[in-house]
Design a protein around this ligand. Structure first.
Ligand code: CMC
Length: 383
């Protein structure tokens, strides 16, 4: 049995999914059959959320109806705001969002009894849409609060991406910035059985509720080997400073056996199909903000690392500097990932609920052999 162990579940296929397809041979990613880069180039994030949940892109009428409903739930509720305000300013933003989702779940009293907690498919779709609509306010308020700025109310005349940027920065974003942000949301939206999605499915498989699954997924996403990598890319950029420092920095980092964040992937071994689309968005942003230095550092580190290790960038590599150019604090990057991935997570929760089997793997025990408490006399029933 020990020989069969697949550490990290590497290479193990645990279930079917119709939501997305990761193809390691072509390094490609399809959402419900559509290449993700085509969706990012042509669709608003709201349409992709609809696609992930329903299986098809929305008609014009469906999109309009979804957008109208989304606007109803954009404002931070007093309960969520009150709880966020209780948290120390030094709390990690991921803990802030995790707590906010927990508060929203506890406030949904339809899930109060364990038996009702799972909910009907219709209820869970509604919950998913509400959570999706509420994320921008939570993430934007988090960043503003840490900067000592006031909450900004949502704007009904702006679509999801433009409103998100409005609520964060209090000014209307340039179309180049809105487009880059919208693309990033779509590219981060879904990624098959990654660690956080699998966590959500494990929690769902016990017949727990959708909020608990999302809270658990946020916990899994927080780690730097998963969602935290886009933050870590910026930390690396800050450490390096400028392109001319890349080579000595990299030589030292590799000698110290450091992992270079934003590179490598468990599944894509020859490049990540999401990178070119996000890199194009980063290039437009660098031009818009007149920051060629950021691109130079980006390109130099990529070239030197790939040359030495043959390990390619993943989506976090271009998205980290892109979010930084837009004005997001480094600590806000992973919460932005939550706002995007909440679509994929909730789609997976509903798929798991629709054909559930408790996820309960086995382990090969390698602890001490059986032993006994000195002087303990077993009862007759135990013998
Ligand atoms: N920097 C330096 N060396 C690396 C890196 C890296 N970024 N990635 C892999 N390697 C080396 C690793 O040290 C190991 O070398 P050796 O065989 O000599 O020990 C070899 O490549 C295989 O690495 P691994 O960690 O066993 O590969 P994995 O498939 O388990 O890991 C990974 C994938 C993403 C955890 C890893 O590449 C990594 O830690 N990357 C940096 C963190 C990062 O960018 N994470 C975001 C991933 S994308 C998130 C998502 O899509 O959800």
């Amino acid at each position: 049995m020990t020989d069969d162990i697949k550490k990290g579940l590497a290479g193990v296929v645990v279930d079917h999914t119709a939501i997305s397809k990761v193809n390691p041979e072509t390094n490609s990613l399809l959402y419900r059959g559509y290449p993700v880069q085509e969706l990012a180039a042509t669709q608003p994030f709201e349409a992709v959320a609809h696609l992930l949940w329903h299986g098809e892109l929305p008609t014009d009428e469906e999109l309009a109806a979804f957008r109208a409903a989304e606007r109803q739930h954009r404002a931070l509720t007093p309960e969520v705001r009150a709880v966020i305000d209780l948290l120390p300013l030094e709390a990690h933003p991921m803990d802030e969002v995790r707590t906010a989702v927990s508060v929203i779940g506890a406030g949904d009293t339809a899930g109060a009894s364990a038996l009702k907690a799972v909910g009907t498919p219709e209820e869970n779709l509604e919950r998913s849409k509400r959570l999706f609509a509420m994320q921008p306010a939570i993430v934007a308020y988090g960043q503003r609060r840490r900067r000592g700025q006031e909450l900004i109310e949502p704007r009904d005349d702006l679509d999801y991406a433009a409103n998100f940027l409005w609520m964060t920065f209090g000014e209307e974003a340039h179309p180049t910035v809105v487009d880059a942000f919208n693309r990033s949301m779509i590219l981060y939206g879904e990624h098959s059985f990654n660690a956080s999605t699998f966590t959500a499915r494990v929690i769902t498989s016990t017949l727990s509720d959708l909020y608990s699954a999302v809270v658990g997924a946020i916990g899994a996403l927080k780690g730097p080997l998963h969602g935290g990598a886009n933050e870590a890319v910026l930390d690396i950029f800050d450490e390096i400073g400028e392109a001319s420092n890349v080579v000595p920095w990299l030589e030292r980092a590799l000698a110290e056996k450091r992992k270079i964040m934003g590179f490598g992937h468990r599944v894509y071994k020859r490049g990540d199909s999401r990178v070119p689309t996000m890199q194009a968005a980063l290039e437009s942003l660098a031009e818009h903000y007149d920051r060629p230095d950021v691109l130079e550092l980006y390109r130099t580190l990529e070239r030197e690392f790939v040359e030495r290790k043959g390990i390619y960038p993943n989506l976090d590599y271009p998205s980290g500097p892109a979010y930084s150019l837009m004005g997001f604090d480094t600590l806000t990057f992973t919460p932005l990932f939550i706002a995007a991935r909440i679509t994929g997570w909730t789609a997976h929760v509903m798929e798991q609920q629709a054909s559930n089997a408790l996820i309960r793997p086995l382990a090969a025990y390698n602890g001490p052999d059986e032993r006994h408490i000195e002087g303990y006399v077993p009862t007759e029933a135990e013998l």
